[in-house]
Design a protein around this ligand. Structure first.
Ligand code: SF4
Length: 314
C-alpha cells in the first residue's frame, strides 16, 4: 500500500478519506493527485468527484493558500521568518535589483531568451545585450566576446548535441511560465487560485523527451532539487513527455560541466507528493501565524533590519 492508498478505505466509488492528522488542503491535494494518476481523471472530473464525495474538503481553507515556487520554498526552509517578512507582511526592505549580481543574472537570462526565441542555434559571437530597468535606464550590458566554444568549454558537445536537436524540434520554448492550482490543473500565472509557479529558462521537447536548461550565474552550487521540480512541472504540463533531463548551465564558469538530473514519468507522482508536503508547511505557518526565525549562514545577507529579527547582525 502506498502513501496515497493510505488515504482511503474501500475502492473506486467507495473511497473515503481516513486520515485525521493531515489538514484538509493536504487531503484535497493528495486525493486529486491520486484520482488523476490512478483513475486518469481530468481536472473537472476530479473536482466534481471531490465535491460529491468529500464536500468538507472544498471549503474556506482552499482560499487562504499562499502560492509557492522553488525559490519561495527554499526561502521558507531556510527561515520561516524571512519568508514572512519577504512575501507575507512584506515588511523587509526590497533588495536592490540593480545590484551587479542581480543585473548580471537578468542580463544573462535576457540574452539566452532572445537568442533562443529567434530560433537561432548560431554562436552568440560578438553580440551585445543591454538590460534596462523599469525606468528604461540601461543598467547592465553583457558582451559575448567569443564563440560558444569559448563560452562553454566545459562540455561543448553537450550543448552542441542539444542545439542540433533544437533544429529538429518544433517545441523550443524560452522563459516558459507554468502555474498549477492545488488540483494540479494548469492555470494562468496571476490566477488567484495559484498553488505552484515554475519558470523554465529553456525547454525543448522532442517526442516524449524534454530537455530543460536553467541558466546560472555566480558561484557554482551543489545539486539542487529545483531540477526535480522542473521535471515534475513539465511532465504534468505535457503528459506525453515520459523522460526529462534537466540541467544547470553555469554561464560564468567555462570549465564547469552542467549539473543535470534525469527523471521519468514514474517519478512524477512522488515529485509532487514530496514538494506538496514540503510546501504544505508554508500553508500551516500561515494558518497558525507561527513564522519562527531560524538563524542560518545567510543571515548576514538577509534583507531584515536588525529591529525585525534578533539574529540579524548589526
Ligand atoms: S536574519 Fe536570519 S533568522 Fe533573521 S529573518 Fe533573516 S534569515 Fe531569518
Amino acid at each position: 500500500m502506498d502513501d496515497n492508498e493510505e488515504l482511503y478505505e474501500g475502492e473506486g466509488e467507495d473511497l473515503e478519506p481516513i486520515s485525521s492528522y493531515m489538514n484538509k488542503r493536504t487531503q484535497y491535494r493528495k486525493i486529486s493527485l491520486y484520482l488523476k494518476n490512478q483513475f486518469n481523471m481530468k481536472g473537472p472530473e476530479v473536482q466534481e468527484h471531490i465535491n460529491q464525495k468529500f464536500p468538507d474538503l472544498t471549503g474556506e481553507h482552499m482560499k487562504k493558500q499562499i502560492a509557492w515556487s522553488w525559490s519561495r520554498l527554499d526561502c521558507f526552509e531556510q527561515c520561516p521568518r524571512k519568508f514572512q517578512g519577504t512575501y507575507v507582511t512584506k515588511e523587509f526592505p526590497s533588495p536592490d535589483f540593480d545590484a551587479p549580481h542581480f543585473a548580471k543574472g537578468k542580463a544573462a537570462h535576457f540574452m539566452m531568451e532572445e537568442h533562443f526565441k529567434a530560433g537561432s542555434t548560431t554562436p552568440l559571437h560578438g553580440s551585445v545585450f543591454s538590460v534596462r530597468n523599469a525606468k528604461g535606464r540601461i543598467y547592465y550590458t553583457f558582451k559575448v566576446n567569443g564563440p560558444y566554444e569559448d563560452e562553454f568549454k566545459f562540455d561543448f558537445r553537450f550543448l552542441t548535441d542539444f542545439c542540433n536537436k533544437i533544429k529538429k524540434s518544433k517545441k523550443v520554448m524560452p522563459e516558459l511560465q507554468v502555474t498549477f492550482d492545488v488540483r494540479m490543473n494548469e492555470i494562468s500565472w496571476f490566477d488567484k487560485s495559484a498553488w505552484c509557479r515554475v519558470i523554465l529558462d529553456l525547454i525543448i521537447i522532442i517526442d516524449d523527451f524534454a530537455l530543460i536548461l536553467d541558466w546560472k550565474t555566480g558561484k557554482v552550487k551543489r545539486y539542487s532539487d529545483q531540477l526535480k521540480l522542473f521535471a515534475g512541472a513539465v511532465m504534468t504540463k505535457y503528459p506525453q513527455v515520459k523522460r526529462v533531463l534537466s540541467a544547470y548551465i553555469w554561464l560564468d564558469h567555462p570549465s564547469q560541466a552542467p549539473i543535470y538530473a534525469e527523471y521519468t514519468s514514474n517519478d512524477k507522482e512522488d515529485i509532487w507528493l514530496e514538494f506538496g508536503d514540503r510546501a504544505e508547511l508554508i500553508q500551516l505557518a500561515n494558518e497558525s501565524g507561527n513564522w519562527p526565525a531560524k538563524k542560518n549562514m545567510f543571515c548576514k545577507w538577509c534583507d531584515a533590519l536588525p529591529s525585525m529579527c534578533e539574529f540579524k547582525p548589526l
